[in-house]
Ligand binder design. Structure first.
Ligand SMILES: C[S@@+](CC[C@H](N)C(=O)[O-])C[C@H]1O[C@@H](n2cnc3c(N)ncnc32)[C@H](O)[C@@H]1O
Length: 212
């Protein structure tokens, strides 16, 4: 790994820790993180190829979700790997992949499988301030992505799910301990949690309490 890559990973971890502790700090990190991931967009697929099992724990959790979601948001979608996996798992779902970095979204659109074109779309959006309605999604997935808990809780429908995965567990540069995610989502109306491990990858599935 080059010195630049090492610095980039350390910066991503620093930003993640700071923003999870104090979401207001996002405005300090936003521009630099966007530039970092714009610069990585062209080589992101090669980075993913080095870990072919990176989505295994996410797929295990998807198997547990029912009834199948109709509207899904993949946040911090990058080049869209998790969004594509979710769209394939749920053939009736409309899936949106959203990312802060326009170059990532360009790559995601370029490599999107044509057979998913009518129900998978990619948009530039900031997870800290989402352009979606309250309760718009039955599932929000995050692969190696900083969780913005207030917005997550807002856009997930009652009875819906948040699914967070880290492709190299605690070694992933953008990583948040599951006890933190449980605590933060638990304080925002999520009541059921399940964890999955597959190789190095880990995932946490959280369900928002349904309306009475
Ligand atoms: C480590 S990459 C993961 C990409 C993809 N999910 C994957 O696992 O291949 C993190 C992604 O999150 C995006 N990101 C970071 N902060 C974001 C935010 N506030 N809103 C939307 N996307 C964000 C970055 O631009 C980057 O594409």
């Amino acid at each position: 790994m080059s010195v630049l890559e090492t610095v980039g990973r350390k910066f991503a971890r620093l930003a993640t820790n700071a923003v999870v502790r104090r979401p207001a700090l996002w405005r300090v990190f936003r521009g630099a993180l966007r530039r970092q991931f714009d610069a990585l967009a062209g080589s992101w697929e090669q980075i993913l190829a080095a870990n072919p099992r990176h989505l295994d724990a996410l797929k295990q959790a998807l198997d547990e979700i029912g009834p199948p979601p109709q509207r899904v948001l993949d946040l911090g979608t990058g080049t869209g790997a998790a969004a594509i996996a979710v769209a394939r798992m749920f053939p009736d779902a409309e899936v949106v992949g959203a990312d802060l970095a326009p170059a990532m979204i360009d790559e995601a659109r370029r490599k999107a499988p044509p057979e998913l074109a009518d129900r998978l779309r990619f948009e530039v959006a900031d997870a800290a301030r989402l352009p979606y309605e309250d309760g718009e999604f039955e599932l929000v997935s995050l692969a190696n992505m900083i969780p913005f808990f207030d917005e997550l809780a807002r856009v997930v429908a009652p009875g819906g799910f948040v699914l967070s995965t880290f492709s190299r567990g605690a070694q992933t540069p953008i990583y948040v301990p599951f006890e933190t995610i449980r605590r933060e989502l638990g304080a925002r109306g999520f009541g059921q949690f399940a964890e999955f491990t597959a190789g190095d990858a880990t995932s946490l599935l959280a369900r928002k309490t349904p309306d009475p």
